[in-house]
Write a protein that binds this ligand. Structure first.
Ligand SMILES: NC(=O)c1ccc[n+]([C@@H]2O[C@H](COP(=O)([O-])OP(=O)(O)OC[C@H]3O[C@@H](n4cnc5c(N)ncnc54)[C@H](OP(=O)(O)O)[C@@H]3O)[C@@H](O)[C@H]2O)c1
Length: 329
């Protein structure tokens, strides 16, 4: 890491240290009114629901009355999540095994939802990984790109195309404060050569791209009464952080957020459905924050359209290798 990069990293962490950790959450919570959550009758789909924030969100949504399709790759962890709920709640947590690294598996999930006539009221695009080591999936894509960005795009667009996200639905995209540190650079998306790969930069770029995608969806579907939100949870002590950022975790362990604090905004957005004047904003601790805190992350209109084209292109390229996506009636 050169000096300029080091300076940038220190400035980034220093700037957000209080805000993104548990003290920042506790301070803001002091000013909030207690809100009740009532999700009775709703069907939720949460990706990456077997652990961390996804598991917490899924469990809380079930407790507040929702039926939750909890999608993740590990059947054992999903079964354990279900068992952790009170017996009378378990039937409303539906474990769905899906590896979001593989677009063919997301296609299968979409087909199953479609053929089962499922309508989703709240979609939480939560699954996300920071992979230090470069890895290609069996479908030939860089693994974190496929999980963090392409699967979210595919799932959301697939549900929309088939009318499975109806009037009044909400889509909550789990981004990261890491997105504040990187612009949308096309060369950081789906880096298939190991020599060009930097896991932290790729992750940050995926998270920036999620913010851009959310603004795009708000613009396109805003008049269809579907709410699109992008949020970040702050810094939360999850297995993902323990695995991917061990030094960061060791240094900040005593002040990292717990899952309840990190997931609070997702559950609040689903319950309150706040209006949003600025299409590009990012929700954090129940308030809309700017999409950019550093000028160097701003992208032009062209970059937005080329991101959409790129993601569509990725899915079309893969169609010969994957089962046909369901289509609207
Ligand atoms: N924790 C934080 O401080 C923080 C900060 C900013 C943003 N976020 C974002 O919040 C989201 C959740 O993060 P987290 O910290 O809760 O992560 P986590 O502890 O790693 O949990 C992620 C969940 O996703 C599952 N998963 C991973 N790869 C998958 C795949 N290919 N297919 C299906 N499921 C998969 C994991 O299952 P396995 O156990 O089987 O891998 C796990 O259940 C991510 O998008 C992350 O970027 C987190």
């Amino acid at each position: 890491m050169n000096l300029q990069m080091l300076g940038r990293v220190l400035a980034f962490y220093g700037r957000f240290l209080f805000s993104f950790t548990e003290p920042g959450f506790r301070f803001r919570r002091f000013f909030w009114r207690t809100a009740t959550r009532d999700f009775r009758g709703q069907v939720w789909l949460v990706s990456g629901a077997s652990g961390g924030l996804g598991a917490y969100i899924a469990g809380e949504a079930v407790k507040a009355g929702a039926t939750v399709i909890a999608a993740a790759r590990d059947a054992g962890k999903l079964a354990a999540l279900r068992e952790s709920l009170a017996p009378e709640l378990r039937p409303r947590l539906e474990p769905w095994v899906c590896d979001f690294a593989l677009q063919s598996k997301v296609t299968t999930l979409l087909q199953q939802l479609h053929s089962g006539g499922r309508r989703i009221d709240v979609l939480v695009n939560n699954v996300g990984v920071l992979c230090d080591a470069h890895e290609l999936t069996a479908e030939g894509r860089e693994r974190s790109f496929a999980i963090n960005l392409l699967s979210h795009f595919q799932l959301t667009e697939g549900l929309l195309a088939n009318g499975l996200l109806g009037e009044g639905a909400a889509v909550i995209n789990m981004s990261s404060g890491g997105g504040y540190n990187f612009p949308l650079l096309p060369e950081l998306l789906n880096v298939t050569e190991a020599s060009r790969y930097n896991g932290t930069a790729a992750y940050a770029c995926h998270k920036r791209a999620q913010m851009v995608l959310n603004a795009h969806w708000r613009g396109v579907y805003g008049n269809q009464n579907i709410a699109f939100y992008v949020m970040h949870p702050g810094w939360v002590d999850t297995e993902g952080v323990q695995r991917s950022l061990p030094r960061f975790r060791r240094a900040l362990k005593s002040i990292l957020r717990d899952a309840a604090s990190g997931a609070d905004t997702a559950l609040w957005l689903a319950a309150e459905r706040p209006t949003q004047a600025d299409v590009a904003g990012v929700w954090f601790d129940r308030a809309l924050r700017p999409a950019h805190v550093f000028a160097y992350t701003r992208e032009g209109d062209r970059a937005v359209q080329s991101l959409i084209d790129r993601l569509r292109g990725e899915l079309n390229d893969g169609q010969s290798k994957t089962p046909a996506a369901p289509t609207s009636q």
